[in-house]
Design a protein around this ligand. Structure first.
Ligand code: PHE
Length: 440
């Protein structure tokens, strides 16, 4: 087959782009918050176990389907199920597209908050305190301005294609992200109160280990963090040359994602303790105050108390989060774009425009019905869509797909155990945890 699809030019480019998809608000915001609320090191331990037993195999399986098919998720799943039930495969692919749109619509709103918080210190520096306060405070208008801006930035990169857009920008943004993260960790570690935070994050509080919610939260976090279930990893896998070693590459992506989550914990938790040291209330009854709003409520206060340097630290922090969010939204946007380009013969520009406007429309609907819809969309996408799609990938690769499935055909002897694991163990494990999510 002549393959003139665009694709990743190098292994490193692929790893950085896939790690860019994985590393996002889930790592820098979600992971530390969950860890702080679920016994620090105890959460970390359970997270690592769930990661190895379920999330990494699920990510590998998702990438594998795309990699073998060298096609967008709808086509890839349709082909994988062609001998058993192509309609189920294609339908699941289309449901995946809706998952990607759903994920993008709430994620772009949150990402917009990051951009606006990054603008606050800039306004401060320019001497406009009112504007700075406006950037820092939640408002309808702020959402209506920053969500479209974020969707627009994502679209700009997607329009350029894989090698010139996604790969090029991942290569630029990912090292920048790591540098900023490490610099911030070092800076915060030297502030009074930080050591207590580092201890809270790393030392396990085993009182939490028996909490059944711990495993559920850890699994949800791991699936979200590795971007499993919306087809982003599948479409990236499809842009990888056919002879690449997917096991090694997926392990590298998972390792990078986990290292960044742990580093983020070493930044956020100590930062919260520094804030506490300065008299800002951070914990209440062993739980972080303000839950998800944590970093917006507490950290800007902390940065403000740091004086001049706080302006730079505040900007660096929220700029870092904006970059992490951007490399995640590009992977989800690529899913429906690839589908429209390959299966509906749209031009890349046209496909990106259609997808971006659809995401914008859904985001606006959420913004206008924020009080009930925002949480509901997040709940459906993260707690239901991602694990169900993960389960479906295991079943497709393990049970429904024959021709071309080198993992199950036994052609690849050294992957025999992995194949058996994906076929028999993963679906059972995942169903068990998911059952607890639904009944819990
Ligand atoms: N993995 C991203 C994060 O940690 C979120 C994401 C989920 C991205 C699903 C793409 C697809 O923030």
């Amino acid at each position: 087959m002549i393959n003139n699809r665009d694709g990743f030019q190098s292994r490193l480019g692929f790893v950085l782009a896939a790690a860019g998809s994985a590393i996002g608000l889930g790592n820098i915001w979600g992971f530390p918050t969950q860890a702080a609320n679920h016994g620090g090191g105890a959460f970390l331990l359970v997270y690592l176990i769930v990661l190895f037993l379920l999330a990494i195999p699920a990510m590998f399986t998702e990438m594998y389907i795309g990699h073998r098919a060298q096609a967008n998720p709808v086509k890839a799943l349709g082909e994988a199920c062609s001998e058993t039930n192509p309609l189920i495969g294609k339908t699941a692919g289309v449901i995946g597209l809706f998952g990607a749109i759903g994920m993008l619509s709430f994620y772009s709103i949150v990402a917009g908050w990051m951009v606006s918080h990054a603008m606050a210190p800039v306004a401060e520096m320019a001497g406009n305190t009112d504007l700075s306060a406006w950037f820092n405070n939640d408002s309808h208008l702020r959402n209506l301005i920053f969500t479209p801006i974020f969707i627009f930035f994502t679209a700009l990169i997607i329009m350029k294609g894989i090698s010139q857009g996604i790969e090029k920008w991942s290569r630029r943004l990912m090292p920048l992200l790591l540098t900023m993260l490490v610099s911030l960790i070092i800076y915060i570690a030297f502030q009074d109160g930080a050591v207590e935070g580092i201890k809270t994050f790393l030392i396990p509080d085993f009182a939490h280990i028996t909490d059944s919610k711990l495993v559920i939260s850890a699994m949800g976090q791991a699936f979200f963090s590795l971007s499993i279930g919306v087809g982003g990893m599948m479409v990236y896998g499809s842009y990888l040359k056919k002879d690449e070693n997917l096991v090694k590459l997926s392990l590298s992506v998972a390792a990078l994602d986990t290292v960044i989550a742990i580093l983020a914990g070493l930044l956020i938790i100590p930062a919260l303790f520094v804030a506490q040291h300065q008299g800002i209330q951070v914990y209440n009854d062993g739980q972080l105050v303000g839950q998800g709003q944590l970093i917006f409520g507490i950290l800007p206060q902390l940065f403000a108390q740091m004086g001049e340097i706080g302006v730079f630290v505040g900007f660096a922090f929220f700029f870092l989060l904006s970059i992490a969010a951007l490399t995640s939204t590009i992977s989800s946007t690529e899913v429906p774009v690839a589908y429209l380009v390959e299966s509906k013969f749209a031009s890349r520009k046209m496909a990106t425009t259609i997808v971006s406007l659809t995401v914008l429309a859904v985001s606006l609907t959420i913004i206008f019905n924020f009080s009930w819809l925002f949480g509901a969309v997040i709940n459906v996408v993260t707690n239901y869509h991602l694990p169900i799609m993960g389960l479906f990938y295991f079943i497709v690769v393990g049970w429904m797909w024959n021709r071309g499935n080198i993992l199950m055909s036994g052609e690849s002897k050294h992957l025999k155990y992995l194949a058996m694991y994906i076929k028999f163990v993963c679906p059972v494990l995942l169903t068990t945890v998911f059952y607890n999510v639904v009944t819990g």
